[in-house]
Design a protein around this ligand. Structure first.
Ligand code: IPE
Ligand code: IPE
Ligand code: MG
Length: 253
């Protein structure tokens, strides 16, 4: 079946997903929001495996934003509990499956035992190479830029040496390629403070499907859409068709 053996002319190196719609998924079924978050969390494994199968090198998942602290406290506590449960239950399997875990966000905003768990999972999986999974938890794009500026200042880098590369290399994603494709589920058309620096030239794909229902077939549809996009990075279509490199210019100043 075509769906089982998709062929893409190119696959994004880095896919980032705004996993939205857990609440609406639950509501639709007359269940509490937290059940939507549980279903959404269970959904990660299959999507991660499909990404690895298609040769995607990095998957970033937006799990909890700096803005999500303003939700009702039982929902916030529930989401923190789910992260803790996931780390305990899944880390060994992730490791066996060659997944390298990374965290992006403010770790120091989490409880000390949760911080330790995250650090241990990162340390355990650090040499894996099949796929990198960035978990964006307590993540905000603006906070990330504030943290980068602080690190740059603390390093005493002279003003005239500060380039786009300097900022990129002080973000939580330092050393990683920028996302090529940002997927948002549940139909919204906004970034909600996600990877606002790194996604400057990403292709954006939105699907009405709620995150707990976003499966391999949905991922294939997103990758097919990506395959059809002409990435121009400011150049003209003619330049691209004539073979000009379709990549962003990394401006030094
Ligand atoms: C996304 O689902 C998960 C988080 C933001 C933690 P939502 O909880 O935002 O689901 P909706 O948007 O209310 O349906
Ligand atoms: C974005 O979803 C954050 C995550 C998916 C973790 P939200 O549901 O919080 O975004 P807004 O508030 O609708 O923009
Ligand atoms: Mg939402």
């Amino acid at each position: 079946m075509a769906d089982n053996q998709p062929t893409f002319s190119r696959v994004p190196h880095h896919v980032a997903i705004i996993m939205d719609g857990n609440g609406r998924w639950a509501q639709q079924r007359g269940r509490i929001r937290l059940e939507g978050h549980r279903a959404g969390t269970e959904n990660i494994r299959g999507v991660l495996e499909a990404c690895a199968e298609f040769g995607i090198q990095t998957l970033t998942l937006y799990s909890f934003s700096t803005e999500n602290w303003s939700r009702p406290s039982d929902e916030v506590q529930g989401l923190l509990g789910i992260l803790e449960m996931m780390l305990k239950r899944e880390v060994n399997d992730l490791h066996k499956n060659g997944v390298r875990l990374w965290h992006i966000g403010r770790l120091e905003g989490l409880a000390p035992n949760l911080q330790e768990q995250v650090k241990a999972a990162i340390a355990l999986t650090r040499n894996n190479t099949r796929i990198t999974l960035n978990v964006a938890f307590n993540y905000g794009g603006r906070t990330e830029i504030v943290d980068a500026v602080r690190r740059i200042m603390a390093a005493g880098i002279p003003l005239e040496q500060i380039s786009e590369e300097t900022i990129s290399s002080h973000l939580y994603t330092a050393g990683q390629a920028d996302p090529d494709l940002v997927i948002r589920t549940a139909g919204e058309m906004r970034l909600s403070n996600f990877l606002i620096w790194q996604a400057a030239y990403a292709e954006f794909y939105s699907t009405p499907t709620y995150w707990p229902d976003f499966n391999r077939a949905e991922l294939i549809r997103a990758l097919e859409a990506f395959d059809q996009r002409v990435r121009k990075f400011g150049k003209t279509q003619e330049q691209i068709l004539a073979g000009a490199p379709a990549e962003p210019v990394n401006r030094k100043l």
